[in-house]
Design a protein around this ligand. Structure first.
Ligand SMILES: Cc1ncc(COP(=O)(O)O)c(C=O)c1O
Length: 387
């Protein structure tokens, strides 16, 4: 029997479901011609505010810019330290460095894969010991599950820090009934095509309840004018969301809740049927994850298991092959402790399975079967990856 290709993320199935709506939305923008900060941008921002419960949403060109804009609006700059988990996409730390501040890496928890409180507190101590002004902490909602915002809030209050949530992977998720976007002083997200809510190019957004931060963000994303419109008030940048991308996102937002439900159905079935030796992050019972990635810890030789899955037609990605403090450009920055065991261990043993809202049960079964066979066959051969 010949099988169809398994997609890691199936954007074509989503497009089919949306039918002609996307083309019609793009055609409306082509007709009105307001390609930059056109009416769909304002409409999207209003819809994202309602969706997330945040008072303000300011869209921008991508998630990395959103991080930089958010940090700049919080006043982060040279001489400041920002606490960042070591196991995340490198954009989280990149934004800190580009503002002239110092990232200080904290470890992550082996169960949730999110930032570990004790290590974050140790990182704050290290930063203070170096004479840095600890301004901000960036919890990353890794793979779609919100970080522990109770713990983060306590740390922030104790040490007088601002919280910037990197929700590039978790927009649509919730923590104790509260949606991502309203859990931190400032929250950022990415609309990169493979994200749970993605556009057809680059896009991002910043959320806050603070009207002054929101108005600063609007200025910074568009070359820094004063509220009066007078130019040259501050150094800004060009980081605006294209109107066509906003129009596409408005259509995708209309089916987003049902896609989140479908992703959770896939995640539950994976969890029930995958072998017990492979372990996904535990989702706290009061959390809703959007499963941006379905990432597993696998036993033994991760690279061999991933290769065996790929050989049988199941696409596998590895998020991430190294913690940030091991990367050439980031190893000069301080860490909470000399070793960050959780992040280091995860980078050697995780791999991500296909995950999207259009993965039917037959395809899920093929993925599950491929993982089971790969784990079994690699258990019989000696481990190389972690040697
Ligand atoms: C955790 C995290 N932060 C930031 C970003 C940056 O987003 P973008 O690619 O839109 O710049 C990403 C994107 O992959 C991400 O996963």
């Amino acid at each position: 029997m010949s099988h169809s290709t398994i997609e890691f993320i199936d954007l074509a199935a989503q497009r089919k479901r949306l039918g002609p709506q996307i083309e019609q939305a793009i055609a409306r923008v082509l007709d009105h011609g307001r390609f930059v900060l056109g009416p769909e941008v304002g409409e999207l921002e209003a819809r994202l505010q309602t969706f997330s419960g945040a008072r303000h949403c300011v869209t921008c060109a991508n998630g990395t810019d959103a991080l930089e804009l958010g940090l700049a609006a919080l006043g982060v700059g040279p001489g400041d330290a920002v606490i960042v988990p070591a196991f995340t996409y490198l954009a989280t730390a990149e934004a800190v460095v580009r503002l002239g501040a110092t990232p200080v890496f904290a470890d992550v928890d082996q169960t949730s894969f999110n930032m570990c409180g004790d290590s974050a507190e140790a990182a704050i101590g290290v930063a203070k010991g170096l004479g840095l002004n600890v301004r901000c902490i960036i919890p990353v909602d890794l793979f779609g599950q919100p970080a522990d915002y109770d713990m983060i809030g306590r740390l922030a209050e104790k040490h007088g820090l601002k919280v910037l949530a990197d929700a590039a992977q978790s927009f649509g998720a919730s923590w104790r009934g509260r949606k991502v976007g309203s859990l931190a002083d400032v929250t950022i997200t990415s609309f990169y095509p493979s994200k749970p809510l993605g556009c057809y190019g680059d896009g991002g957004a910043v959320f806050t309840d603070d009207p002054e931060i929101a108005s600063l963000l609007r200025s910074l994303r568009n070359h820094g004018p004063a509220d009066s419109g007078a130019i040259g008030e501050r150094i800004g940048r060009n980081s605006r969301l294209d109107t066509i991308q906003a129009a596409i996102l408005l259509e995708k937002l209309s089916i987003f809740e049902s896609e989140i439900e479908a992703r959770n159905t896939v995640a539950r079935r994976y969890a029930e049927r995958l072998p017990r030796s492979v372990v996904a992050p535990t989702v706290h019972q009061e959390n809703l994850s959007v499963w941006a990635q379905y990432t597993l810890k696998v036993p033994g030789d991760r690279n061999a298991i991933a290769a065996a899955c790929r050989a049988s037609g199941t696409p596998i990605a590895v998020h991430y092959t190294a913690p940030l403090h091991w990367l050439p450009t980031y190893k000069r920055f301080p860490t909470a402790t000399p070793r960050l065991a959780g992040a280091e261990q995860l980078s050697t043993c995780v791999m991500s399975l296909p995950m999207h809202g259009y993965l039917d049960e037959a395809t899920q079964d093929r993925v599950i079967d491929a993982v089971r066979r790969a784990v079994d066959s690699c258990a019989q051969s000696p481990s190389k990856a972690n040697a």
